[in-house]
Design a binder for this molecule. Structure first.
Ligand SMILES: NC(=O)c1ccc[n+]([C@@H]2O[C@H](COP(=O)([O-])OP(=O)(O)OC[C@H]3O[C@@H](n4cnc5c(N)ncnc54)[C@H](OP(=O)(O)O)[C@@H]3O)[C@@H](O)[C@H]2O)c1
Length: 268
């Protein structure tokens, strides 16, 4: 029993209460990982734990945390009390719709803290141990939004571009260390994300229903890419093509195309 505990691996997943985070947690539990699941939504997190335990006998630690707050990565790292993290999934995220100058700064700052600061800090804290041990896997969830600017969701697109660039850079630095970094860049996926993209106070549901992926399939694709140590993973052929848009047209045109898409997708 102790031997089993010793060789059992641990995965930390942020935003694990629903959508892609929950599906990724399921896959990790299936593969025998102990889980540390972090989310701002306590109720959904409890339910996620029950759902996972109904299928797999994983050891699950829940952490109710708002990852958009300062120093939260350090708090999480202290709370796991030196537990060895073999897999880190930086997944939690949300979107804000609207022109940059008209949208709420507090919410924008929270999004930047979540996507940029917490993702980066948690990676730094966990990565050191991984490098010393000579193995570990990091899966950062970016978006198709990472490949060009996104008017009307400017900070979302810019912060997802940061995650992609950061992931690719450190993946290169970590070559030959035994640690891999994978950046998953999904297109539209049927999760709660699409319901909570807001333009201030009012929810703004996506209207383009074409090319929407199922979260389970996207998670499986990302998980497999992480297992293989692939650096950038874009699920779906249409999404792979769309990610290359700025190579076929000027960046200015690509930006204008995204604006049209955003207007069609979310304007009421
Ligand atoms: N769905 C898409 O179309 C799509 C496309 C490309 C990329 N992505 C990315 O995929 C990732 C996962 O999103 P999803 O689609 O699975 O959406 P989701 O179903 O809304 O899941 C995101 C989870 O993160 C939690 N969360 C949000 N803010 C948080 C915070 N400050 N601290 C801790 N947890 C927080 C959410 O809690 P609440 O439910 O309480 O907010 C939710 O449980 C995100 O990074 C998103 O940007 C999604």
């Amino acid at each position: 029993m102790n031997l089993i505990k010793e060789i059992q691996k641990t995965a930390l997943v942020t935003g694990a209460a629903s959508g892609l985070g929950f599906e990724l947690a399921m896959l990790l539990a299936r593969d025998g990982y102990q889980l540390v699941l972090v989310d701002v939504n306590d109720k959904k997190l409890q339910k996620a734990k029950e759902d996972i335990l109904s299928l797999y006998s994983s050891e699950i630690q829940l952490m109710h945390k708002d990852l958009s707050q300062q120093n939260v990565a350090e708090e999480i790292f202290q709370a796991i009390e030196g537990k060895r993290i073999d897999v880190l999934v930086n997944n939690a995220g949300f979107g804000i719709y609207g022109t940059f100058h008209e949208t709420n700064w507090e919410r924008q700052a929270e999004m930047l803290n979540l996507h940029v600061i917490t993702t980066t800090h948690l990676t730094k804290l966990v990565l050191k141990g991984m490098v010393v041990r000579g193995h570990g896997k990091i899966l950062n969830i970016s978006s198709l939004a990472a490949f060009q600017p996104g008017p009307l969701m400017s900070l979302y697109y810019a912060s997802k571009a940061y995650i992609l660039s950061f992931s690719e850079a450190i993946a290169n630095e970590l070559k030959d260390t035994g640690v891999t970094v994978t950046c998953l860049c999904p297109g539209q996926t049927k999760t709660c994300f699409q319901d909570v993209v807001t333009n201030g106070s009012k929810a703004s549901e996506n209207k383009i229903k074409f090319n929407i992926a199922c979260p389970k399939a996207v998670a499986e694709y990302g998980y497999e890419a992480m297992r293989k140590g692939k650096i950038v993973a874009i699920p779906g052929n249409i999404n792979k093509l769309l990610s290359k848009l700025p190579r076929f047209v000027s960046r200015r045109t690509a930006t204008a195309v995204i604006r049209r898409i955003q207007e069609k997708n979310r304007e009421v």
